[in-house]
Design a protein around this ligand. Structure first.
Ligand code: SOE
Length: 386
């Protein structure tokens, strides 16, 4: 197999990020299987035709079902809003196509389980878009944990803080509508934290949460243009049906304690996706806004120089670094998607499932749902209950 031929549904924020990854990959990873950007699909013909040209797709269509009928497409990339993930995934897998789906996998846990069942029965490859795993500094934290260099783990403390909803006139985007997005900050931002927790620390056993919708109604958008849109032309308002912020506590199977905070109301925080891990032999701190760095502390450093050191994850010993620039020449957000696609392409060569796949997507959805249930019941919920 020389190339994986892609049909992509969605062309906005994630569509651009994925397209860029497909475009850039061959230049920096010449020795692996490459994607072929066949067809991009979107509902608005004018917009999708422009995206096709700008992002480098061979063709465009407004009918996603037509992608499934084509013999020259191997994989469907779904980055349209969450309410269409399930239908497209199931149809794609049944048509024998591999699936790369953005997070959160589905609107509900039951839907995500059904999606997993179908892709497994179809024997296709499945990848879920938890791109932050692929920041080399996060992968360095994972290596330190796997090598037991932080010892026994006591704490995982994570925040995903954004501030694009602080403006009460920010319009009612699809991410604020439950029937399209499933949930608000919880599924959009918290999902990334939950996945990082699973990747780095392991399974959670129980959770308890709280959430709030601070601004209950917002202007109906005349047109949305991404997260930076300000205000709306419409005077008419409609209810926000998702959480603005969700916080929860968790216990991990290995005995560690976790705390999680996801909000779009943290003024001044544009994209603070951060975590801290404390173990018996040391700690690490990661903040996505300084994504090339991992702060590392070891308890056995000599007392007179003890303290957090800033490790730049750009040396040849760090994940993916050899394919980029000389040490100290940093990479960005878009590279997490390129690394994600490298994992996808390598899974074809190595004849295995890529990671994170739909099993990880379902595990994340279990925690999302357990937290929702705990909020509803105002009590701790075991993950095994959902
Ligand atoms: C918007 O809140 C958003 O783009 C999320 O949807 C992404 O998953 C996250 O990576 C950045 O913020």
């Amino acid at each position: 197999m020389e190339k994986i031929r892609i049909g992509m549904v969605g062309y906005k924020f994630m569509g651009k990020a994925h397209s860029h990854a497909y475009q850039d990959l061959p230049m920096f990873f010449p020795d692996i299987i490459h994607p072929e950007m066949k067809v991009i699909c979107g509902r608005d013909e004018k917009a999708v035709s422009l995206a096709a040209k700008q992002f480098g797709w061979e063709e465009y269509t407004t009918d996603w079902k037509s992608l499934l009928e084509r013999d020259d497409i191997d994989l469907i990339d779904i980055n349209a809003p969450s309410d269409v993930h399930k239908e497209i995934t199931i149809a794609a897998a049944k048509a024998g196509k591999h699936v790369f789906c953005e997070k959160p996998l589905a609107l509900t846990l039951a839907d995500s389980r059904e999606m997993l069942e179908v892709v497994e029965a179809a024997g296709v490859k499945h990848l879920v878009g938890f791109n932050y795993r692929f920041a080399p500094a996060v992968m360095l934290a994972k290596k330190l944990l796997d090598d037991a260099r932080l010892g026994e783990i006591y704490h995982f403390r994570a925040c995903f803080l954004q501030d694009w909803l602080v403006d009460p006139n920010f319009p009612l985007a699809w991410r604020l509508q439950k029937e399209v997005a499933g949930s608000g900050s919880h599924g959009d931002l918290g999902a990334h934290l939950i996945d990082l927790a699973h990747y780095l620390i392991g399974d959670m056993t129980e959770v308890i949460g709280m959430s709030e919708t601070f601004i209950k109604e917002r202007p109906i958008p005349s047109q949305m243009s991404g997260l930076t849109a300000k205000g709306s032309n419409s005077d008419e308002k409609a209810p926000v049906t998702v959480d603005d912020a969700t916080l929860f506590l968790a216990r991990f199977a290995n005995g560690a304690l976790g705390s999680f905070e996801a909000t779009r109301y943290a003024a001044g925080h544009r994209c603070t996706n951060s975590f801290e891990i404390n173990g018996s032999k040391g700690s690490v701190i990661f903040d996505f806004e300084r994504m090339n760095e991992l702060q590392v502390y070891f308890t056995d450093d000599k007392e007179d120089v003890q303290g957090f050191r800033r490790v730049l994850a750009t040396d040849p010993s760090h994940a993916f670094a050899q394919n980029w620039w000389p040490p100290g020449h940093t990479i960005g957000y878009e590279h997490t998607f390129i690394h994600e696609v490298v994992e996808l392409m390598e899974s074809f060569r190595e004849n295995r499932q890529p990671v994170p796949n739909f099993r990880d997507g379902v595990k994340c959805q279990e925690v999302l749902e357990a937290v929702d249930l705990s909020i509803e019941k105002r009590q701790w919920i075991r993950i095994s209950e959902v």
